[in-house]
Design a protein around this ligand. Sequence first.
Ligand code: ADP
Ligand code: MG
Length: 502
Amino acid sequence: MSERGARLIKGATGEWEIVIGMEVHAQVLSNAKLFSGAATTFGAEPNSQVSFVDAAMPGMLPVINRKCVEQAIRTGLGLKATINHRSVFDRKNYFYPDLPAGYQISQYKQPIVGAGEVTIDLPNGESRRVGIERLHLEQDAGKSLHDQHPDYSYVDLNRAGVALMEIVTKPHMRGSEEAAAFLRKLRAIVRYLGTCDGNMDEGSMRADVNVSVCRIGGYDKFRETGELKHLGIRCEIKNVNSMRFIAQAVEYEARRQVDILESGGTIAQETRLFDARAGETRSMRSKEEAHDYRYFPDPDLLPLEIDQAWIDEIARSLPELPDEKKARLMAAGLSAYDAAVLVAEKETADYFEAMVAEGVEAKAAANWLNNEYFGRLNKAGLTVTTGPVTPAQHAAILEMVASNIISGKIAKDVLDIVWQEGGDPRAHVEARGLRQVTDTSAIEAAVDAVIAANPDKVEEAKKKPKLAAWFVGQVMKETRGKANPQAVNAIVNDRLGIADGG
Ligand code: ADP
Ligand code: MG
């Protein structure tokens, strides 16, 4: 196993650093494909969403989908990246049965989005920046089906021509933990932006993970000079399609490279695939070079010209992104940890915001969710979207606490009741008589009864003021948790002749 947050790996001759750069394919959220009007719905009947363009029928011409371009710009802005006013679509030529045209329309030397950055949050609370090299638009390919017939392979072209954003990072991640943190953050950003659904199970987000190892210090030298020669030779692991597999694939691949280097070998730059069942990476093919693809500008498409006014308009419509939201919540008094938990998933953030919109103070809402609700959800295998309690119900419970109608302890019971039975928390409190007793005379009577029944304890408490807590506990028990604890405390102290806070 590697150590120090999975950044280093120990070999027979010493420690090595693991360096990672990623190429993430994110499917653009759009109703139609990048260059045709065919639909993009996931899971449709095979070949039911294929236009003549997608099937590469002779004479068909691509027409760019404005919505896809807007989504790429929006994503670029979310990655704090340069948007290029002029970009070019190229043909990337290769032969494969799921690619009817014999080329993929992609962007090569002039992508739509240039350099940007993503801030990643590590489990130890640290934040680091990962450079984005570029984002370009390209078409997805179809899908070969080899398990439908004993003698034939079939092809489903529904996915052919769907718009993808390829997001390429600099080799700035050190180890599997940072790689996973990057992918989580990127996924959160595109989901906040509404530019990709981030659904890794359906293949809407797939990562190619480039891994190399070098001697300690190589990474820092690379960061200082920008020279790749300080890093090791990398291998690219294709289509790692779950967060869990990223760590496994990186760890396996780094170990493999260290073993080769330490036994005097050299790393062959190649494309590998991760076999999740075996937990190992295997060689797929030697790394192809750009010239293998015979890139050239697609003569059917004009260069893409984007004016600043459109970029500005999209920028104005950008939602608050996770980092900004986290900063705002911290300014409202939340801890970095609580804020990070709340913003990590868009649904969680929306749920929290809905509670605040119902009038709950931000810190109270965060404490309540983190301490009470999320634990219950986890235990039941539910999420904020599938769980049984609405933000308005939480707000009603917390409002009753804030206005001293129920105690914090009773609030938890009310949450359990609402979880089981649904309904209006206020009605449950009334129906079950859970209202906190703030009526002083009722509390006085309860205190006096406890005092009268325990004369020996009263004598003791006069010498040991800490015993007052015992009386408070008894009164709370007698009133089944409904007495206002502050009032009980004050009256007990008064009756025992103890100064407040004693
Ligand atoms: P290519 O054009 O051959 O695909 P790129 O320069 O576009 O190469 O890099 C592809 C990916 O590989 C990028 O995400 C980059 O960060 C990553 N990468 C490049 N060099 C290394 C390295 N030495 N170790 C790890 N990742 C690397
Ligand atoms: Mg590349």
